[in-house]
Ligand binder design. Sequence first.
Ligand code: AMP
Ligand code: ZN
Length: 507
Amino acid sequence: MSRPLKLYNTLTRSKEVFEPIDPGNVRLYVCGPTVYDYAHIGNARPVIVFDVLYRLLRHRYGADHVVYARNITDVDDKINARAARDFPDLPLNDAIGKVTEATERQFHEDVAALGCLPPDQEPRATNHIVEMVAIIERLVARGLAYVAEDNVLFSPVAMDNYPGAPRYGSLARRSLDEMIAGARVDVAPYKRDPMDFVLWKPSKPNEPGWPSPCGIVPLGRPGWHIECSAMSMAKLLTPFGGGLACDDPTKNIFDIHGGGIDLVFPHHENEIAQSCCAFNTTRMANVWMHNGFLQVEGEKMSKSLGNFVTIRDLLETGKFGDSTWPGDVLRLAMLRTHYRQPIDWTVKELERALKDLREWYGLIATEASSHGTIDRGILEALFDDLNTHGALVRVHELAKTGDRAALSASLTFLGFSCNPTSLTRRLYESVMDGIRASDKAVATEKADGTHFEDSSTQKRVDELIASRQAARAAKNFAEADKIRDQLADLGVVLKESKDGTTWEFKR
Ligand code: AMP
Ligand code: ZN
């Protein structure tokens, strides 16, 4: 009998044993990025956390029995503003296409570098406008939404009188008064009630627009919340006539819905309102999971504080701690804290993660992960509400006991590349840059006779080789091996021959 999987459910505020609706088709939806700018390291947290959950579900139910859908929000006012700013000479729709395509590509590259598997389904909002319109028309027909000045608004008050629907606010557990105060709701004059939220709004002539629901004449565009109701329906629920999920409540619930804690209200509360009222269910998803927030060096991350860090900054530009960081290091630093706790993103933690990975990858360098089995203690920790912190404590133990095969299989399962050169890649590139610069300088020196100093990297490598030879001559083989490892960290491979030691960079 395998151990039950327990997950903390925001709906019930408790850890529950997870029972899929259909073990042959376990369905997970996570709110994805709005594509207008590089994703920041806070955005990476849900992607990494739910990647671990996805891997765990695949392990338990089989890779072919799990569907993970994560959307791309490619229609949004922030996208329009960015497109107009960056491409002022292009027609707005062309500019938007450039912004969303480039940002989506960057996002894919970034999260792949963090070891995240691509989701099975990645719907883009603009491909599901038809479903959004169909849901909106159904909600209006049922008296849960209304048209006002070419907008369509959802009425939480009407929902509270709709038979079978959950109470509005049951996920956030807030009273209507608190929600009004907390949501900083836009009190447009045409709203019947301040809590009413937008399902559809008219577009200005130059903005992207689609034929509107309910006979509204101007072209329009969806509100953010309806996008996720439509895309989760399109990808995870049983299709029925007219592009809508059927009205059978037993078929219109999926298993797990995830996102960051800031999405509980209003985004997820509103998704629930729309979906439950449109599909006659008491729940949209059975389990709601939310990751805690990330702050940087003890402070809320914000552009105005100058501590705003993108995934790309960390991977490539060296803006954080004056160094670039391999994706595996970022993944380890993220998983060291339990997903529901707040996380403090610090240079010190990244350094610790790099040190640990160097040690672990050093141990498993010769081990193929296929030879080992995933450690049971690691699985047990993960089955207990994704306790990645506990799992990583266990990884340390494995490293100590020297079970290299289990260490390798477990790290692979946790999504780490297990490729030692991934930890030296950036260093290798900067070393190569140094050498290319020195080659160029030598060439220049030859051409114009100017003075040139040897590349400091070459000097360092030569020094290390000389110290290693000295250690070997003194029969201090432990020291010689240590120096060889240091050289390996620099991406240097030694070649011994009867003429002495030469070296080259590992390609
Ligand atoms: P957004 O693009 O703001 O909608 O965010 C995309 C995802 O990242 C959502 O699931 C957010 O909850 C999550 N998120 C945004 N900022 C942070 C942060 N600082 N820490 C953790 N998660 C975040
Ligand atoms: Zn969403």
